[in-house]
Design a protein. Structure first.
Length: 120
């Protein structure tokens, strides 16, 4: 079994040392035990994740949190422009209605882009 295959089956990235321990365990089993059966025998929660994976996940979470703050700020902008649109419709300022509608679409587009970045 390869390290990347093992990691995919358990859903975690592990250190080389950890993989070698589990590889030795798998190698000690009878030949009729498949990789999938071996993984089912494991307590996956007890398998330590590699420090690099933990660090990368924390860094990614920091980036996601920053983007979420940006999304929240854009939602405030959207609320502002919707309020302005209502005002411009009320006072019948057609030019400013167009401006407000363009800005609403622009901000909605920015929010969609930021949400896409987080989802990727």
């Amino acid at each position: 079994m390869m390290k990347c295959e093992f990691e995919e089956m358990i859903g975690k990235e592990v250190s080389v040392e950890t993989f070698e321990v589990y590889q030795a365990m798998y190698g000690a089993l009878p030949e009729n035990v498949t990789k999938q059966q071996f993984v089912k025998m494991l307590d996956i929660k007890a398998i330590p994740e590699s420090e690099d994976a933990i660090r990368r996940r924390a860094e990614n979470q920091t980036i996601i949190d920053e983007i979420q703050k940006e999304i929240d700020a854009k939602k405030d902008d959207l609320k502002y422009w919707k309020e302005k649109l209502s005002l411009y419709i009320f006072i019948e300022d057609k030019d400013m209605v167009k401006v407000a509608k363009r800005n609403i679409e622009r901000v909605k587009s920015q929010i969609r882009e930021l949400k896409y970045v987080i989802a990727a």
